[in-house]
Design a protein around this ligand. Structure first.
Ligand code: AMP
Ligand code: MG
Length: 481
């Protein structure tokens, strides 16, 4: 590994040095060799992956630390938060010379643990491990993980569960909540912090006339693109608090996430989200709200009252990029999924008509697009109660595609419609086996989700292809992790 320790260069007020506390009886869970290669792990590093991913081995090149931050949780100011159970154990260069954080989740308590035990259970570790891998393979910016370990140590949640640790990777662990913490508790740190964020994550903005505005615009655009991509694959993050969104627009901290099966825009995967703040359909507006909250934390950078008003106005203008970028990406993506030309005036409406059918008929989001892609129109129609609505859609759809370069449109479809997503019941089966020390299902899903856009008849199982029958109770996903 090639270390590039840069977070420790910040004011020590922003973190606390802390060593991981290993769990008893650590054992191998799963290792992502391809990612380790990407991160330039040596053979020696790879041979020690279990020790590294269980907190038994740390590195002389990096003094491990917990970050402090704050945040708005479910729309309310939550005050100081921070890494309560995860530690930054390294910052290393990948093959492209990009700095990647190594963050060990479940590594024991820190000064920011509040009431928590500093641990993570195998169930939530496997869910995050597989989902991060799935999102990356789907082409959505997200944290990932080099590996995870299980243990013989029981951790109390609703019931006793095996404790586990995961070595998460991300291009950035700086959250919107970092800025909120600084303004609330150490406002004098803001200018240098912002400068470092730009230097590390958006160096191209240093050349702009107003680097802070250029930086804000980039963060807004990347967040909008990330959320548009979530919407297109039916991903619901579950806890879009300001402490769970980072400044590079790569998906982070998705605890009670879910990939939507039957199309229900008001679907809540997180059963602890009683008000439905983080439903699938709310994600774009919550993203906007979080960015607005974040932008407010840049205002103190300008001290002169006369300039401040102008600066506020400029920041509001930056925020206008959110909707524009989101709609641009979402519209284009939906047209690709539908196999419709994005320049045609009726394509987007036709996509919406298809979604209305999926909603009314409670059809599976992923599978329905695959059927459309396979031109299995009869099968789709047969699953509809309102066949008139389907027929009207199909004639509009075929009319738009008439005289178009359908070969090209069809090729676009295969790149935009995953054959496989991580359904809750798939993850659940892998978890139940892993709790018996059988990681074969984790391995199978890991492989399947590595190439979500390609049909893999050799390893797929019938349950991978659709929701469980509607009379089978859904897997309940709680916030506990
Ligand atoms: P989350 O909503 O899962 O991102 O967590 C919110 C905050 O609670 C973060 O600061 C976490 O570090 C902290 N936290 C969550 N679970 C635990 C735990 N078991 N022990 C200590 N801190 C935790
Ligand atoms: Mg979090």
């Amino acid at each position: 590994m090639q270390f590039n320790p840069r977070y420790p260069l910040l004011s020590p007020k922003l973190f606390h040095h802390q060593m991981p506390v290993p769990l008893k009886g650590a054992k191998a869970g799963h290792f992502n060799t391809a990612l380790a290669d990407e991160l330039q792990w040596s053979d020696e590093d790879k041979a020690q992956w279990v020790e590294i991913c269980s907190g038994q081995k740390t590195f002389a090149e990096f003094e491990t630390l917990a970050m402090v931050y704050a945040g708005h949780q479910f729309g309310q100011w939550a005050g100081q938060l921070g890494d309560g159970r995860g530690l930054l154990i390294g910052q290393i260069l990948d093959k492209n010379n990009q700095t990647i954080d190594l963050h060990l989740k479940g590594a024991g308590s820190t000064p920011y643990s509040r009431m928590g035990d500093g641990r993570a259970v195998l169930r939530s570790v496997i869910r995050e491990y597989l989902a991060g891998h799935a999102l990356n393979a789907l082409g959505i910016a997200s944290s990932n993980a080099v590996g995870f370990t299980s243990s013989t140590q029981g951790i109390q949640r609703e019931k006793m569960e095996p404790g586990a640790m995961m070595l998460r990777t991300s291009d950035c662990h700086i959250r919107f909540g970092h800025f909120e913490w600084i303004n609330q508790y150490q406002p004098e740190l803001l200018p240098e912090f912002v400068e470092k964020c730009i230097e590390w994550h958006y160096p191209e903005c240093l050349e702009a006339e107003q680097p802070v505005l250029a930086f804000a615009t980039k963060v807004i655009q990347r967040t909008a693109v990330m959320i548009a991509k979530w919407q297109l694959v039916g991903f619901a993050h579950g806890v879009m608090n300001t402490d769970n969104l980072n400044i590079t627009g790569s998906t982070l901290d998705f605890g009670p996430y879910g990939f939507m099966e039957r199309f229900r825009p008001n679907w809540i995967n997180n059963h602890s989200d009683y008000q439905g703040r983080y439903t699938y359909q709310q994600q774009p507006s919550i993203g906007h709200w979080n960015l607005w909250t974040w932008l407010n934390n840049l205002i103190p950078l300008v001290k002169d009252p006369a300039e401040k008003e102008q600066f506020k106005e400029n920041l509001s203008k930056c925020l206008e990029h959110f909707e524009k970028t989101f709609l641009e990406y979402y519209t284009l993506g939906l047209c690709q999924k539908m196999g419709l030309p994005s320049f045609h005036k009726d394509s987007f409406d036709c996509g919406m008509a298809f979604l209305r059918i999926l909603q009314a008929e409670q059809l599976d989001y992923t599978d329905s697009f695959i059927r459309l892609q396979n031109k299995a129109y009869t099968a789709l129609r047969d699953d509809c109660l309102d066949t008139r609505q389907f027929d009207a859609f199909l004639s509009q759809y075929q009319a738009i595609r008439e005289n178009q370069a359908t070969d090209e449109l069809d090729a676009e479809m295969t790149k935009a419609n995953p054959q496989y997503i991580l359904r809750n019941h798939m993850a659940q089966k892998a978890i139940e086996l892993a709790e018996q020390d059988d990681f074969s299902e984790v391995e199978r899903l890991f492989k399947l989700l590595s190439q979500p856009y390609s049909k893999q008849t050799d390893i797929e199982q019938p349950e991978d292809l659709g929701p469980l029958p509607s009379d089978v109770p859904e897997v309940m996903v709680s916030c506990s992790s």
